[in-house]
Design a protein around this ligand. Structure first.
Ligand SMILES: [Zn+2]
Length: 292
């Protein structure tokens, strides 16, 4: 089984260089057979201010509709996306949905290696995950800042609490206190729909969306922060109206009593407000928690 040092050595990356820079070295990019997706981070980028404003807002409103300038994986890269996502699905089944939210990269590699029902990640898959994590998401049209800097950063068990009946964890301190205050005010009408998400969980959700839409990474990034960019990895959480199901993750959430009460109480400082210039759709359910 590989520890991080031997894993990095196996990938041909000096552990010291990687730790110092927090980025995948260019030599890996150049050597990769997956040069297409790795090269994306060096592609010229157009910032949001270079876009036609009307086109930009239209794209955010129709977040699930492909756009001509979307970044879409093709050929070999699309195939690697599919096999990686299938392996992540098997990993979720093996680890359990709640535990998976806390799983770090190194532990995921070890688990996959140990459980034949999952199977070890191939070298191509590991390179793909690394390139995806360190890619500049602005290439996809996502302009949020990075919340987690290193692929191997992990959620520590002692930093989180499990929220009863939700299947979710929250970070101790301000995030948990904010939820507790919300819950005290609204009672059981409000539900915690998504809490802490480690790196692997965000990979899983992002790749799931991209897989459902033919490998379209830009489309996925309009409703899910790319791996490393999600504030679920450090503080934020999602809330919903009990019994409202999947509609809690749609604009219809704004029609609920929970939304109105949270807004009146001042809890809805949103990470992705309507009309944001981050390349993300309006997410009225996503509570932004300021870090101390
Ligand atoms: Zn969220």
């Amino acid at each position: 089984m590989l520890n991080r040092r031997s894993f990095l050595a196996w990938l041909g990356i000096g552990a010291a260089a990687c730790a110092a820079q927090g980025v995948a070295p260019v030599s890996l990019q150049a050597a990769s057979r997956l040069s297409g997706i790795c090269a994306l981070q060096f592609a010229p980028q157009a910032g949001p201010y270079d876009l036609q404003v009307r086109d930009y807002y239209g794209k955010m409103r129709r977040f699930d509709t492909p756009s001509d300038d979307d970044v879409v994986l093709r050929g070999e890269e699309l195939a690697v996306l599919h096999v990686t996502q299938a392996r992540l699905q098997r990993l979720v089944k093996t680890v359990g949905y709640a535990n998976f939210a806390l799983l770090g990269f190194d532990d995921a590699v070890r688990m996959a290696d140990s459980y034949p029902a999952v199977g070890a990640f191939t070298r191509d898959e590991l390179e793909f995950l690394e390139c995806q994590f360190y890619a500049d998401a602005a290439v996809y049209g996502f302009y949020g800042i990075k919340a987690i800097n290193r692929l191997t950063d992990r959620v520590r068990g002692r930093d989180v609490v499990k929220v009863p009946y939700s299947g979710n964890y929250l970070f101790k301190g301000e995030p948990h206190a904010t939820w507790e205050a919300i819950h005290a005010n609204l009672g059981n009408e409000v539900v915690l729909t998504s809490g802490v998400r480690g790196v692997m969980k965000q990979f899983y959700l992002f790749f799931n969306k991209a897989t459902q839409h033919g490998g379209n990474l830009s489309l996925a990034s309009r409703s899910l922060a790319p791996p490393g960019y999600s504030f679920h990895g450090v503080s934020d959480f999602d809330v919903g109206q009990r019994g409202f199901g999947e509609a809690n993750f749609s604009e219809r959430f704004t029609e609920t009593a929970v939304f109105r009460r949270l807004e009146n109480l001042g809890y809805l400082t949103l990470r992705y407000p309507r009309g944001n210039r981050l390349g993300v759709r309006f997410e009225p359910w996503h509570v932004k928690v300021k870090l101390a």
